[in-house]
Design a protein around this ligand. Structure first.
Ligand code: NDP
Ligand code: X2W
Length: 310
């Protein structure tokens, strides 16, 4: 039996290394690695056109360049960058959407855009609620989030870990994206089904990886005045059959005094929480995930398995 071949373009970057860690040692596929030739255009072109599947772990411009180099339509492409996440001829790689029907679309596709880390949490929380009409598409939505510093790739890792790095920082925590035009906003809006861009306030802390994405809601301002229990029931039903996404029971979340971002590190899992007093007028929805796991490399490997039927 011929094993499928996989090329990771960007194999030595933060996401690429994490994909490599998950794939090396597998007996059901063969990796194409370029090592020192990874920046050589001709070596990349050849690998991009001979592999059965390629995972692009590159900045946006380099990802677009890689796609333009692919002349073989059968090659399955999984792009971890932001470049194709709202492109209508690409399939959005969040397999759990629409009760898992998105997994079928991924299976049938040769162009798969891997979701952004923050959008993975936001869309998982919001899309079912908008779809059910519990939150109107035009409702003003705010989203606050915190990420580990690996979210900014090699440069941000160096800034937090190496005092001699060009952007070295002693910050323990900071808000950013303060122009309110973060690159993830169009992706969040489109795949959550919103007609108005969410107001997104990201932040980064002095921990390597892990993420919380929070959406506060004034329930009295929603048309049906749903309770926290109603929102929780909708999310629980949506993800009931999904092994990688779970919804914490209300008894569990109401007993929590706090929530930290690192609990799911090293996994491809995401946990959703609904906080709020029983029957109350306010709710806080939170997604907990690993920015490098379900937010990047974990989802890329999940999409690879779907696309190749592994
Ligand atoms: N970090 C995260 O949490 C997440 C990242 N992503 C996305 O994944 C992609 C990669 O990010 P990340 O791994 O963090 O970034 P890194 O900066 O850690 O790695 C980028 C990689 O791209 C390679 N590269 C850069 N430019 C070129 C080029 N012109 N030709 C060939 N290779 C090139 C680099 O090569 P070299 O090793 O030679 O420097 C490096 O290996 C980005 O699009 C990012 O948005 C998505 C979700 C989450
Ligand atoms: C902490 C930090 O800087 N995070 C990055 C998001 C991670 C990333 O590169 O975005 P994708 O998920 O789209 O690839 C940022 O805000 O730009």
């Amino acid at each position: 039996m011929t094993l499928p071949t996989i090329f990771i373009d960007g194999e030595a970057g933060t996401t690429g290394l994490d994909v490599l860690r998950q794939l090396e040692g597998r007996q059901d596929l063969k990796l194409i690695l370029l090592g020192e030739r990874r920046r050589d255009l001709e070596a990349r072109r050849e690998a991009l056109n001979t592999a059965d599947a390629v995972i692009l772990c590159l900045p946006d411009d380099a990802a677009k360049e890689a796609v333009a180099m692919i002349e073989t339509p059968r090659v399955r492409v999984i792009d971890a960058s932001t470049a194709h996440r709202t492109a209508h001829d690409w399939t959005y790689g969040l397999a759990e959407l629409d009760g898992g029907r998105q997994a079928e679309r991924i299976r049938a596709s040769t162009r798969i855009s891997n979701p952004g880390c923050y959008p993975t949490g936001f869309i998982a929380l919001m899309r079912p609620l908008v779809g059910e009409g519990l939150v109107p598409a035009g409702h003003p939505i705010s989203v606050n989030a915190v990420s580990g510093y690996s979210g900014g790739g090699k440069a941000m890792i160096a800034a937090f870990e190496d005092p001699a790095a060009p952007d070295a920082t002693a910050d323990n925590f900071r808000l950013y994206g303060l122009k309110l035009q973060h690159k993830h906003v169009p992706e969040m809006q489109e795949h959550a089904g919103l007609s108005r861009p969410p107001l997104f306030v990201p932040s980064v802390g002095r921990f390597r990886q892990g993420m919380l994405v929070s959406v506060p809601l004034h329930l009295g301002a929603l048309p049906g005045r749903p309770s926290p229990e109603t929102l929780h029931a909708a999310l629980t039903a949506e993800y009931a059959d999904q092994p990688c996404v779970s919804v914490a029971p209300l008894e569990e979340s109401s007993a929590l005094a706090g929530l930290e971002p690192e609990a799911l590190n090293g996994t491809n899992r995401m946990r959703l929480f609904v906080f709020g007093a029983r029957g109350g007028e306010q709710a806080l929805l939170v997604a907990q995930l690993d920015n490098l796991g379900k937010g990047a490399s974990g989802a890329a490997v999940q999409n690879l398995e779907l696309a190749l039927g592994l």
